[in-house]
Ligand binder design. Structure first.
Ligand code: GTP
Length: 393
């Protein structure tokens, strides 16, 4: 279960998450998007700065003022493009906002120069500054207070320019009031926008977290279901199919073989003198031998063969698509393998062997029990004949 409890509380005044780690995660999440929008804005800004320089020429001619202004325009565009390149290389620059603020402050200086050099468009400059103040709040996506700093620099700077040109105090104060308007609108709009973005992010994260919990729960239930199924179908000691399961699999395989006209054999296998192992080495050693033999049977036989534990040290092997002759060959190989590989138990090698009774499944066999009884008879003949052998019936 994902029990991470993230604090999504928002500070209405900062427009950020109260929890620093959550704020950090949000910025990381929105970084790519914010960096893309900022880069676009920087390109447009740089293009406008240079293009509007062409309009300076008819007014200023080829003189010194034009050269200074155009030089400054080019410098501004270069700084904007430098930031564009840096943000592209390192998108995290957009999240902390300091580099963008510094560039905005540098970019503002062009307005002051325009104010002094383009006397023909003083009121235009003021209007453009007012619009730019609004735009500033959009440039720094996560730092509304840094935008406030950049806009304060631009508006106070412009007021200082107006004062420097000898305008009266009432004009300067009046301009201040005019400029406060776009700053207030920009600030509160950006603040609301930031809050809305974070609310959306919190909702998204909560949905993702619930989905993850749900997926974990589904996985847990699936594992539980698989475990229950395993317990219901297998023998706990050896992991082989239990009686109910191999009986069911026998019926299925018999029908399949009948349909395809294939032969099928069934074998009952019993370990020889198993009691001795228990008596001499203990019940645990006997269990270990049973597990080892079960493992060996599963590895040696075909994937489609069915291996079940009949009870005690007896096993049932169902071999679909296998005639009696073939089965005898397979079982002899198995018998030899068992007899040749002693089982390692607690540092000792215990020799094991087994006797097999095998019979073909016939069309007229009424049920599994009668087939097992026939194989069992062969098995006991094998025991009587000296064990460690394969007998047919
Ligand atoms: N360790 C262990 N022993 C078991 C288990 N189930 C049955 N046995 C033991 O298996 C032994 C079977 O003994 P017997 O039926 O006399 O057969 P055997 O000693 O193998 O002799 P033969 O079959 O005649 O070769 C008994 O001692 C049972 O207690 C089990 O799950 N674990």
């Amino acid at each position: 279960m994902h029990t991470v409890t993230t604090n999504y509380r928002l500070s209405n005044w900062r427009g950020e998450f109260v929890d620093a780690a959550t704020e950090q995660a949000f910025r990381k999440h929105s970084e790519a998007d914010a960096s893309r929008s900022l880069r676009r804005a920087l390109l447009v800004w740089a293009a406008l700065v240079v293009l509007f320089g062409l309009l300076d020429y008819p007014v200023l001619g080829h003189g010194y003022d034009f050269q200074v202004l155009f030089g400054w325009r080019l410098a501004t565009a270069a700084v904007l493009l430098l930031l564009y390149w840096q943000v592209r290389r390192k998108p995290s620059l957009v999240s902390d906002g300091y580099a963008v603020t510094a560039v905005e402050i540098f970019g503002s200086v062009l307005f002051f120069m325009l104010y002094f050099l383009r006397h023909d468009m003083v009121s235009w400059v003021i209007a453009v500054v007012a619009i730019s103040l609004l735009a500033l709040f959009m440039f720094i996506p996560n730092r509304v207070y840094l935008s406030l700093l950049a806009s304060a620099f631009l508006s106070i700077g412009l007021m200082a320019c107006v004062a420097a040109r000898g305008m009266g105090a009432e004009k300067v104060i009046g301009l201040g009031f005019i400029l406060v308007l776009p700053i207030a609108v920009g600030f509160f709009t950006a603040l609301r926008w930031q809050l809305a973005q974070r609310q959306q992010y919190a909702l998204l994260m909560q949905v993702i977290s619930s989905n993850r919990d749900l997926q974990d729960e589904i996985k847990r239930r699936e594992a539980l279901e698989a475990e229950l199924k395993r317990q219901a179908t297998t023998d706990p000691l050896t992991g082989l199919f239990n009686r109910r399961q191999y009986e069911m699999l026998f019926q299925r395989e018999r029908q399949r073989c009948n349909r395809l006209g294939q032969e099928m054999t069934l074998c009952v296998m019993d370990l020889d003198h198993f009691k001795r192992i228990n008596d001499q080495h203990g019940h645990d050693a006997g269990d270990a031998v049973l597990r080892h033999v079960a493992q060996h049977l599963c590895c040696s036989l075909r994937h489609s063969d069915v291996v079940g534990r009949f009870g005690g040290e007896e096993f049932v092997l169902i071999l679909p698509d296998t005639g009696l002759e073939q089965a005898v060959a397979v079982l002899n190989r198995l018998r030899e393998e068992l007899a040749e590989t002693p089982v390692p138990v607690r540092g000792q090698l215990l020799p094991v062997s087994a006797t097999f009774g095998v019979t073909a499944v016939r069309q007229d066999d009424s049920d599994l029990e009668s087939i097992v009884r026939r194989a069992d008879r062969a098995l006991y003949e094998g025991k009587g004949a000296g064990r460690n052998r394969v007998m047919t019936a």
